[in-house]
Design a protein around this ligand. Structure first.
Ligand SMILES: NC(=O)c1ccc[n+]([C@@H]2O[C@H](COP(=O)([O-])OP(=O)(O)OC[C@H]3O[C@@H](n4cnc5c(N)ncnc54)[C@H](OP(=O)(O)O)[C@@H]3O)[C@@H](O)[C@H]2O)c1
Length: 270
């Protein structure tokens, strides 16, 4: 399952997967069949991602690697060197996808300053694709106008059955921007939603598998994480779960617009 940019729909999030335990979790993910690892300059897991890719024995071309530029690297002349450093830490020549992690807090660095540098990083070949994270519709429009012919390939934001972000997701779909869901399993609380528990029981699946299958049916990418091998494997089985149209309609109806990640300095959400 890949989208128009060749991004595997099932990814493995690496927030919190630090140290040797983190490498081992990533290796379980790669052995299980995940072919997409999501890291960030801010997570302290770039070295672990590089190590896991090497230890897996998989060809580099088989594993899709994303990193994200932290907001303190947005200043003029800072972004490209920071991405070179990420490549070095990862031990990779090129990222598959580089995202702007968050819009600059309180617009401290004006958007054109860091988006132009993202375009520069792409032109230099440091990353095959570029994208953003936690961007609103207005910011996507502004960024795309600056990038010109280089498409915004992806917007990564919080999305799961309890926060379906329909307006933003529909805009992305129409604009050809793929969507990556972070917190795709709402950190394991979906079993408390009766409608999801019922669908899961009927399919002999877990609530997390139901959420992920819902996201894949919508054409989204999802990047769940876990430090536990059993859960890493169980979550992956969502790629083989087919939900009915009625199941999808039921899940659409449980949206509570319940956002978890909402810093004071974040954007005015759509
Ligand atoms: N761009 C951004 O601003 C941004 C923000 C947040 C996250 N992210 C990315 O998105 C990834 C995922 O987000 P997230 O880690 O916050 O949320 P998540 O994937 O929705 O939830 C992960 C949590 O759920 C638990 N879990 C995993 N599988 C489970 C299962 N089958 N049953 C019950 N609980 C389960 C895990 O605990 P155990 O480890 O104990 O299993 C972990 O605490 C991150 O790793 C990161 O790569 C990006």
């Amino acid at each position: 399952m890949q989208n128009q940019y060749g991004i595997p729909a099932m990814g493995f999030g690496t927030y919190g997967r630090n140290g040797e335990a983190g490498v081992e979790a990533m290796l379980v993910a790669l052995e299980t069949g995940y072919r997409h690892l999501d890291t960030a300059q801010d997570y302290g897991t770039e070295a672990q991602v590089g190590e896991a890719v090497r230890r897996s024995g998989l060809p580099r071309s088989e594993v899709f690697v994303t990193t994200k530029i932290k907001t303190s690297n947005f200043g003029k002349g800072a972004l490209v060197p920071s991405l070179r450093e990420s490549c070095e830490t990862l031990g990779l020549e090129q990222l598959d996808l580089t995202l702007i992690h968050w819009p600059s807090p309180n617009n401290e660095v004006p958007l054109p300053v860091y988006i132009e540098q993202l375009g520069e990083a792409h032109a230099l070949g440091l990353t095959r694709l570029v994208g953003v994270s936690n961007f609103t519709i207005a910011m996507l429009k502004e960024a795309q106008a600056i990038l010109g012919d280089v498409p915004i390939a992806n917007n990564q934001f919080e999305l799961n059955p309890l926060l379906q972000n329909k307006r933003l997701a529909n805009y992305c779909k129409d604009a050809g921007i793929s969507v990556t869901c972070y917190l795709p399993i709402a950190r394991g609380i979906l079993g408390e939603v009766p409608e999801i528990a019922e669908i899961a029981a009927r399919h002999g699946a877990t609530p997390e598998q139901v959420a992920l299958a819902f996201e894949f049916t919508k054409g989204y990418i999802a990047i769940p994480t876990s430090g536990k091998a059993e859960r890493i494997r169980s979550n992956f089985k969502a790629t083989r779960l087919t939900l009915s149209d009625e199941d999808i309609r039921t899940i659409e109806s449980v949206d509570r617009a319940q956002r978890v990640i909402d810093p004071d300095w974040g954007p005015e959400w759509d």
